[in-house]
Design a protein around this ligand. Structure first.
Ligand code: F6R
Length: 246
């Protein structure tokens, strides 16, 4: 696991967007798996700018969602579906047939998970997976205690996730389950990029880098990934041992 620290979140976003843009330029049919939320917001905005300015061809890009809230309709502004359409798929003009997102309203969640895992297998695996980190160390909705042997799966959400998740919704929204790519998919991603900024992430980033590796803090498992890169701003890196920064 490599850790890179940038002076500001703007510079962190630009650097992350540059890596994704270069990846798409090198391999136009790249398969990306995308988190939503505050962490990748600036990166997606920068990427859209780079794609437009440099005329990068996204017509063969394959887009996979990292996760979704179960029971939340796609047109709810708090849904991962809505976020990705607003901030990535729409602005980049990605076609419907290039996109695979979880259906949080599916009556057959296990069928939905199999459909997703099969679509990724068919695409030849994920080239680059962009994730954020929850205050409890979750990756996607792989909550503390998760079974690391799972591919896509539905999961009961941790209390912290239900509480913190309210920030995405316009009014109080009962959240109970999520549907997510599992750790098998995380480990299989050829590149794994974790983005975090702001002081409130400093403690969990410190634990990710230094706590014992295990499911109590799922993000610690990224230390076992063959090609993982953590991109931070100074604030999120604030509790890291100096020897871990570069
Ligand atoms: C969202 C997701 C979550 C978030 C995490 C951090 O698709 O996968 O794991 O990345 O909860 O959220 P933010 O970035 O809003 O702090």
């Amino acid at each position: 696991m490599k850790i890179k620290v940038y002076p500001t979140s703007e510079l962190q976003s630009k650097a992350a967007a540059q890596i994704i843009a270069d990846q798409i330029r090198t391999k136009p049919d790249t398969a990306v798996c995308l988190a939503t939320g505050d962490s990748p917001f600036g990166t997606y905005r920068e990427l859209v700018r780079m794609v437009k300015d440099s005329h990068i061809d996204c017509s063969r890009l394959r887009v996979f969602g990292l996760d979704e809230w179960v029971g939340i309709p796609p047109d709810n502004t708090g849904s991962c579906h809505h976020y990705l359409h607003e901030n990535f798929i729409g602005p980049l003009g990605i076609g419907h047939d290039q996109v695979h997102l979880f259906d949080g309203l599916s009556k057959d969640l296990s069928g939905e998970c199999s459909r997703m895992t099969e679509a990724i297998r068919h695409a030849g695996g994920i080239d680059i997976m962009i994730v954020g980190i929850g205050m409890n160390g979750h990756i996607g909705f792989n909550e503390p205690g998760v079974d690391v042997n799972l591919w896509a799966h539905a999961i009961e959400l941790d209390e912290i996730t239900k509480t913190v998740g309210q920030k995405y919704f316009q009014s109080a929204t009962p959240l109970s389950k999520g549907i997510t790519q599992g750790f098998q998919q995380v480990f299989a991603a050829r590149t794994l990029m974790l983005l975090a900024h702001g002081k409130k992430k400093a403690s969990i980033i410190h634990q990710t880098a230094e706590a014992p590796i295990g499911i109590a803090i799922p993000s610690t498992l990224l230390r076992q990934h063959k090609n993982s890169l953590i991109m931070l701003d100074e604030e999120a890196a604030g509790e890291l041992a100096p020897s871990l920064r570069n």
